[in-house]
Design a protein around this ligand. Structure first.
Ligand code: GTP
Ligand code: MG
Length: 314
């Protein structure tokens, strides 16, 4: 299963305790401060493609600082903890809702600070207290809970109702080898393919009500939030092209109306199943939505070449 969401608890390391100690001959205090706890950072890792490690491990805590030593020695600094995540992972603070996405521009981000070390007794020396007998405990590290979301990074997103031919197109255009079959919901998780350095994402079929959790669709709509262009696939087999188009548009709108602001074109798929006259009729019917309509078939090289040209120039 493709894991694209997780919840984790993150905490900075605890600060080390301050030390109570005295110089042997000179009598004065010599206890050093505790070391600070380690910070916890999120870092981008290009080796990772999904969030599966966060299913088995949900707590991430920086190393604790060491206790202060005699002779005013500061305790060991706790090691920082680096949480490796796939590029594109978004961390959402469960309480503040603030979010940060780990990507090429910000490949490392401080999630939680370690706690300060406690002061040793030498820090409390004063004219009125020349031999302080106490030291501080170390301080707690910062603690936060995050929701992690991984949105695929792709230039083009193939969407549409189940069976529209999305995966077949992905296979034809790229070196992807995704299972296709003549029944709905063949694809259960998103797939990526590359054509001419452009990344195409094939997301599982949407059905009416996907945005409210029906079928599989909603879970995957987040993966088209970042694409530059949406390929809206509609098969010539559809009984009512306009209704089908509107169904999918409604799903997008309900999920996140900003998806409608993205550039999108309509791919009328499987055109080998009908004759030219019918194709023209169907293209005309879809043109009323003021979108570019590209008729395609996986068995028609010429139509695929037109699509490839579009991929290159967009
Ligand atoms: N004749 C014809 N059949 C096609 C074409 N493209 C896809 N098909 C067939 O249509 C069926 C569905 O294709 P898929 O690529 O699995 O469709 P999908 O949109 O990925 O479907 P889901 O993953 O279920 O959402 C398969 O049996 C394909 O062989 C085409 O251009 N022409
Ligand atoms: Mg599919």
């Amino acid at each position: 299963m493709f894991i694209d969401e997780a919840k984790i608890m993150v905490k900075g390391g605890h600060g080390g305790a301050g030390r109570v100690a005295f110089f042997r001959n000179k009598k004065g205090p010599s206890g050093g401060n505790g070391g600070p706890g380690g910070n916890v950072y999120a870092v981008a890792s290009s080796n990772l493609t999904q969030l599966e490690t966060f299913i088995s491990r949900i707590k991430y805590i920086g190393e604790n600082g060491g206790p202060g030593g005699p002779n005013q020695r500061t305790g060991k600094y706790g090691d920082d903890l680096l949480i490796k995540v796939p590029i594109g992972t978004t961390f959402i603070d469960v309480v503040t809702k603030g979010e940060i996405t780990i990507n090429e521009k910000s490949p490392k981000f401080l999630l939680c600070r370690g706690g300060l070390g406690g002061l040793g007794n030498s820090a409390f020396k004063s004219p009125t207290n020349r031999v302080p007998q106490h030291a501080e405990q170390g301080h707690e590290g910062q603690e936060r809970n995050f929701k992690l979301i991984l949105r695929l990074i792709a230039n083009f997103g193939l969407i549409g109702l189940p069976n529209a031919g999305k995966s077949s197109l992905l296979n034809k255009l790229t070196a992807a080898n995704v299972r296709t079959a003549n029944y709905p919901f063949t694809t259960l998780e998103p797939n990526l393919g590359v054509y001419n350095e452009k990344i195409l994402a094939d997301v599982p079929g949407l059905i009416e009500g996907a945005s409210t959790g029906k079928g599989l669709g909603i879970k995957f709509l987040k993966h088209i939030e970042k694409v530059d262009v949406i390929f809206h696939c509609i098969s010539v087999e559809s009984q009512n092209l306009a209704a089908e188009y509107k169904t999918v548009i409604n799903e997008l709108k309900t999920y996140n109306s900003r998806l409608l602001e993205k550039k999108s074109i309509i791919l009328l798929t499987k055109i080998d199943l009908i004759d030219n006259l019918e194709i023209t009729k169907k293209v005309k019917e879809l043109k009323k939505f003021n979108k570019e309509v590209l008729p395609v078939s996986i068995y028609d090289e010429e139509s695929l070449n037109k699509l490839k040209k579009f991929l290159i120039s967009n």
